[in-house]
Design a protein around this ligand. Structure first.
Ligand code: HEC
Ligand code: HEC
Ligand code: HEC
Ligand code: HEC
Ligand code: HEC
Ligand code: HEC
Ligand code: HEC
Ligand code: HEC
Length: 449
């Protein structure tokens, strides 16, 4: 055992000489990281003799180790002495292959070709923190090859300052040769949250504005610290237990178990950065989660009173509506990005989760079928009237609820104008920052998201 450790140390020291940017503090964090872990850390199958967690599983100091180049064979030396190039910048959209991104080489299943001994199973948020263990993806590589995903090329351009990132200090750590995954993660300090889902000190995240530190590991970086109006969604299949670990604890105790994903995502998605999406072929909507003019799912309070016990006027389903869950500050809930979105990709559009508030999407969510998502937390006519025929119909919230926006008048000016009555029209009004201005003179100008 001792021998192995000595060897590890020697390699570290050699590295420090060759690559002086990793300092002592980082080494301490590395040893606590998922990659540096001596039991389950990095362990490439072509590197027998190297201890688990050794830097060399990722960095090849010379073109070869022990006289041969271990797989994957890559010929020329790579930037940062990695065993393969970081990112293929010619790949502007998915599908990706393993060689398009360095991390995929390990973060894939054995069947997909992982070079980590045994491959690595990583699951999406719906599975790991939502409890939906039937989710369809079992690796990061698979996640990025779905219908929607964080486009790696766009992240690369954004981080290089070529696409509207004005607020973030990317230039202090991100280079032409860098890996787009590293905009959100720091591979030298990432920790294994999947093994400790109740403990955010095991966060895998680093904010782009603070790349050299973890995000979520301090109490003031959890959802509990950000807002006392956060209500965690139900855990899959349950109406008594909550994310992220399926415990039946108070909202604030559950929130304290999660990194503050809102601050994390809005490090990039805010009202200042102009973010371009090659996938969507346009600039993204601004996300304003914090101001009084912002989104109602954010800190702006919903117009209708959807607070405690308000069973008549609210269109919300439990746990957002009625006892026993008290809205902590009585002023309106704040929803977290991860309550609706995945981080890496999804079979649904816009990275929408496979499972939301304890229930699975029964059909694919896209521009023509957004209501499948809304139904998880809001009352459709089935829930409002208790009739199966009202399933995924939305007359109650638009025409009948006490605060409904649309009353009287002819039906034609609205119905039939947006691709007909029915779910296909939702996204015309409901999107981040949206209003119903598409109605022109008939618009209420109410904020619709
Ligand atoms: C936009 C930010 C973002 C990008 C880009 C990103 N990640 Fe993540 N990643 C996250 C977040 C947030 C989580 C935690 C929530 C979760 O597990 O879904 C996470 C979790 C993970 C996990 C742990 C999953 C588990 O099993 O719990 C791994 C592994 C990972 N990311 C690898 C990658 C790799 C590899 C890439 C690039 C191909 C990448 N990430 C790109 C945000 C990002
Ligand atoms: C999981 C793979 C992995 C492991 C393990 C790993 N590194 Fe790295 N390292 C990377 C990647 C990827 C980069 C390139 C960062 C980027 O995208 O800009 C990098 C970059 C570096 C750099 C260049 C400066 C920087 O931070 O960008 C140094 C120095 C370094 N690593 C040292 C080490 C040392 C020392 C160890 C062991 C204590 C280690 N690495 C372990 C993946 C790894
Ligand atoms: C040499 C193989 C290897 C490479 C290359 C590699 N990883 Fe990992 N990674 C691992 C292993 C092993 C774990 C721990 C898995 C476990 O907990 O069982 C891990 C864990 C993680 C985690 C912690 C999440 C969790 O809960 O498991 C993140 C985040 C992560 N890796 C991101 C990255 C990123 C980003 C890159 C590319 C810059 C990368 N990894 C490259 C092997 C690798
Ligand atoms: C209540 C569910 C919900 C929550 C919470 C949520 N989103 Fe969304 N998000 C959606 C839906 C639905 C869409 C598709 C409509 C649209 O594009 O705005 C979307 C789209 C997006 C888009 C693409 C925007 C575009 O230009 O089409 C981004 C970026 C995004 N969300 C980021 C975030 C961030 C960051 C947060 C947290 C601050 C967040 N979302 C919270 C439901 C949600
Ligand atoms: C994860 C649960 C969740 C999902 C999914 C969700 N919402 Fe919400 N929504 C809420 C909560 C909670 C509030 C109340 C916010 C507050 O208290 O300020 C809300 C408020 C709203 C409001 C403001 C109502 C008012 O009276 O001002 C609208 C409009 C709305 N949601 C539309 C939608 C649409 C459309 C969808 C589907 C695309 C959707 N929501 C999906 C949880 C959700
Ligand atoms: C490092 C900056 C960065 C962070 C952090 C980040 N994003 Fe993004 N996001 C981007 C960029 C760049 C794009 C445009 C490329 C694309 O469309 O995939 C994007 C696109 C998106 C889209 C639209 C993708 C599509 O094709 O529909 C959604 C949804 C989204 N992000 C959600 C999130 C959520 C949720 C988080 C927090 C877990 C987050 N983002 C964190 C940079 C970031
Ligand atoms: C100012 C716009 C507007 C006017 C005028 C209007 N509606 Fe609606 N109505 C909506 C919207 C928006 C929805 C929800 C989206 C949808 O279901 O298409 C809706 C939904 C409905 C639904 C539920 C349909 C479903 O499948 O979900 C019925 C039924 C309905 N309206 C009937 C009427 C009738 C009857 C009239 C005329 C007396 C009328 N509406 C006038 C905007 C309007
Ligand atoms: C023509 C614009 C328009 C369309 C299309 C539309 N809505 Fe709405 N919707 C509104 C307006 C306006 C409100 C009221 C917002 C408020 O409460 O201030 C609303 C309210 C809601 C709410 C109520 C939130 C609450 O708790 O009060 C939900 C849920 C909702 N819509 C879902 C849908 C769904 C699902 C569809 C597609 C089937 C849809 N909407 C189509 C304009 C629209």
């Amino acid at each position: 055992m001792m021998k192995v450790k000595m060897f590890n140390l020697l390699v570290l020291i050699t590295f420090l000489i060759f690559l002086p940017r990793v300092n002592a503090a980082n080494i301490g964090m590395y040893l606590k990281s998922a990659h540096g872990n001596a039991t389950y850390g990095v362990n490439r199958n072509s590197m027998s003799g190297y201890s688990i967690g050794n830097c060399d599983h990722c960095h090849e100091m010379h073109a070869s180790q022990n006289g041969v180049e271990p797989t994957p064979q890559n010929g020329s030396p790579s930037p940062f002495a990695l065993f393969a190039p970081n990112f293929n910048t010619a790949k502007t959209t998915n599908p990706y292959t393993l060689s398009d991104n360095y991390c995929f080489y390990c973060h894939s299943t054995t069947t997909d070709g992982s070079v980590q001994v045994g491959g690595i199973d990583n699951h999406n948020f719906s599975y790991t923190f939502g409890g939906y263990t039937s989710s369809s993806v079992t690796g990061i590589y698979q996640m990025f090859n779905q219908a929607s995903y964080h486009n790696l090329y766009d992240l690369h351009q954004f981080a290089l300052g070529n696409a509207g990132s004005t607020t973030l200090p990317f230039s202090t750590f991100y280079k032409q040769q860098s890996n787009p995954c590293d905009t959100c993660h720091n591979p030298h300090i990432v920790r294994a949250n999947k093994r400790n889902v109740s403990d955010p000190t095991y966060t895998p995240l680093s904010k782009p504005s603070d790349h050299n530190n973890l995000w979520g590991d301090d109490a003031n970086e959890t959802l509990a610290a950000l807002t006392n109006a956060y209500q965690p969604p139900y855990y899959y299949g349950s109406t008594t237990t909550f994310e992220p670990d399926g415990a039946a604890d108070t909202p604030s105790n559950q929130a304290a178990k999660m990194p503050d994903y809102i601050t994390y995502c809005t490090d990039c998605h805010n009202t200042v950065n102009k973010i371009y999406s090659t996938t969507l072929g346009r600039e993204l909507y601004e996300i304003d989660w914090f101001s009084d003019d912002g989104d109602k799912h954010g800190f702006r309070v919903a117009d209708s009173d959807v607070g405690v016990g308000d069973t008549n006027t609210a269109s919300l389903k439990r746990p957002y509506n009625g006892s026993p869950i008290a809205n902590a500050n009585g002023a309106g809930f704040v929803v977290s990005c991860m309550d609706c979105h995945e981080a890496h990709g999804s079979k649904h559009a816009y990275l929408i989760r496979e499972e939301v508030n304890g229930k699975v999407m029964e059909s694919i969510v896209n521009d023509y079928n957004l209501s499948e998502l809304c139904r998880k937390c809001h009352m459709d006519d089935e829930a409002a009237y208790g009739r199966a025929s009202g399933r995924n119909k939305w007359r109650y919230v638009h025409h009948r609820a006490p605060d409904a926006p649309y009353h009287g008048g002819g039906c034609g000016p609205c119905h039939g104008r947006f691709g007909g009555t029915g779910p296909d029209s939702c996204i015309k009004c409901h999107f981040h920052g949206g209003t119903d201005k598409v109605l022109g003179t008939m618009a209420t100008k109410r904020r619709t998201f």
